[in-house]
Write a new protein. Structure first.
Length: 472
């Protein structure tokens, strides 16, 4: 039976967190802040080394400060591996390891199974294992079998699902003030213990494990649907010469719809939305239940970067041989993460179409990039044929359009991220294309056919050379 109550944040627990990534490190640091005793285990030496020196290996506002607070208060410790010593007195082991997609788009649970085995084999007494990683429904039950096999005789391991909903770039604030906490357990007492880990006064959804696991997938799938819907409305706005931001605000202010996640752009990216959208569909296929809405959202998303490329192709009369200044490589502003970044996808498309890409991003960690990476925005812009803003970093929004116009060889600017003030950039003599924003007049697609259609149906007469109607 599913019920909704509030978290109580009752008493402190001894917690082991496996994985110091965006989710694991944030959970460990925030648990310590909430008064729990925490050991965080990280196997990757490049992530562990800074942690041992009091520095965060990932960029998240406020994380390093809270981490130092936890270490100084002696409530937060880091370790390279899960051993008997790390497991001493631990009541809850929280698994926050990666669940990347395999070659078929299905989530690969290898890291999770290994972590479950390690905590179980080293547990001296009964243990609650919380699966924080995003996993398909049924995984916690399978992980419980893995734990039972690895555990010492007489040790009882209960596996609970408690998915995470934090956003990168706002991880700490989302973790400490979430919209809801979800706990899926087969035992109500164990569910209460896990709920106690979180801040008090948050709506708590207690359900079974499969339900909790599905909530996470369905939430990310729905967010993807909203974004793709916004991108389709944005394309309509471009054809009609109206502003998508205003149209979508008008739609989203209806509380049943909600105005968040209706921002058009170069498509959704990051390590989770694309992965979980394909995981959701893989789940549907496995169960024989259709996921048509989400499939359509994915299809729209895949076209988004190609649509941006088409604008450049048209505006530059072909991109081959042209130099494109690309501002932004991270998958969104405020993060150093470039996993599945729409900016990188657009860069790849440009390069494979014969363009040279000169890119600047203030923070993004990029493993491999076929373009050139430079150290500041103006180094990218200097003498380029066109400028593309692909990530809405604040420092790009405040660039002087006059200074850009002086340095850019061509006139075309594509604001794929919705970062620029169209008017002032146009006033500087630049031809600014946006997504879901009035395109430059010369590029305006034909708006007449739908109006003619309306004319036929309504008996209204269309004024030649105008978009208005008069009574026929
Ligand atoms: P990540 O790759 O940044 O971090 C995972 C970390 O776990 C890595 O540093 C890795 O070295 C470590 N690790 C793996 N196995 C280990 C082991 N046995 N012992 C010690 N360390 C180990 O991943 P992430 O972005 O934090 O995501 C983790 C999970 O949370 C994924 O399932 C993801 O879908 C989900 N999630 C992510 C976010 C997000 O914003 N990134 C939000 C909600 C949910
Ligand atoms: C997303 C979810 O928002 C989190 O709730 C979830 O916990 C997380 O995935 C996860 O499961 O890992 P995140 O990947 O950090 O968080 O980033 P978002 O802020 O959701 O943005 C995802 C992508 O969608 C970005 O490329 C962003 O630019 C794009 N986006 C977002 C839009 O194009 N339009 C919008 O209106 C919002």
């Amino acid at each position: 039976m599913t019920s909704i109550e509030m978290t109580k944040g009752a008493r402190s627990h001894s917690v082991l967190v496996v994985g110091a990534g965006y989710v694991g490190l944030t959970s460990a640091v925030c648990f310590a802040h909430l008064g729990h005793q925490v050991v965080c285990v990280e196997a990757n030496p490049f992530r562990l080394a800074p942690l041992l020196e009091g520095r965060s290996p990932i960029h998240e506002p406020g994380l390093e400060e809270l981490m130092v607070e936890g270490v100084l208060s002696d409530r937060l410790h880091f370790a390279p591996a899960i051993g008997k010593e790390e497991m001493t007195g631990v009541e809850v082991a929280l698994l926050a390891v990666g669940t990347p997609p395999d070659e078929n788009g299905d989530p690969d649970l290898t890291q999770l199974a290994a972590a479950a085995r390690e905590v179980s084999a080293n547990a001296a007494g009964d243990l609650v294992v919380v699966v924080k990683s995003t996993v398909p429904p049924g995984s916690c039950e399978a992980i419980e079998l893995v734990c039972a096999e690895a555990a010492l005789e007489g040790v009882r391991i209960s596996v609970v699902s408690s998915p995470e909903f934090l956003r990168e770039s706002r991880a700490v604030e989302d973790f400490l003030a979430p919209d809801r906490v979800v706990v899926g357990a087969s035992d109500s007492q164990v569910a209460d213990l896990v709920a106690d880990l979180y801040p008090a006064g948050v709506p708590l959804v207690k359900t079974d494990r499969r339900g909790a696991e599905l909530i996470k997938y369905a939430a990310n799938a729905f967010l993807a649907v909203k974004i793709s819907f916004a991108n389709e409305v944005a394309a309509m706005c471009e054809s009609l010469g109206t502003e998508a931001a205003t149209v979508l605000l008008g739609v989203g202010l209806d509380q049943r719809i909600g105005k968040d996640f209706l921002r058009p752009g170069p498509g959704y990216g990051g390590s989770c939305l694309p992965k979980d959208v394909s995981g959701f569909q893989a789940l549907g296929r496995a169960m024989g239940t259709p996921t048509r809405v989400v499939a359509a959202a994915e299809e729209v998303n895949q076209e988004a970067s190609r649509a941006a490329l088409m604008k450049l192709e048209m505006g530059l009369a072909g991109v081959a041989g042209k130099t494109i200044a690309l501002l932004g490589l991270a998958f969104k502003p405020g993060t150093d993460d470039s996993r599945d970044s729409p900016a990188l996808k657009l860069a790849e498309l440009l390069i494979s179409s014969g363009a040279r890409v000169r890119a600047y991003d203030p923070l993004a960690r990029v493993e491999s990039f076929a373009g050139e990476r430079v150290d500041c925005a103006f180094d990218a812009i200097e003498d380029a044929d066109a400028l593309v803003v692909a990530t809405a970093w604040q420092e790009f929004s405040v660039l002087s359009p006059m200074a850009v116009a002086e340095r850019l060889a061509g006139r075309m600017v594509l604001d794929a991220a919705g970062a620029l003030d169209l008017e002032s950039w146009s006033e500087a003599g630049l031809v600014v294309y946006g997504i879901g924003r009035g395109a430059p007049v010369a590029f305006h697609p034909v708006v007449w056919p739908p109006l003619r259609w309306a004319h036929h149906r309504s008996g209204l007469r269309l004024l030649d050379g105008d978009t208005g109607f008069v009574a026929g």
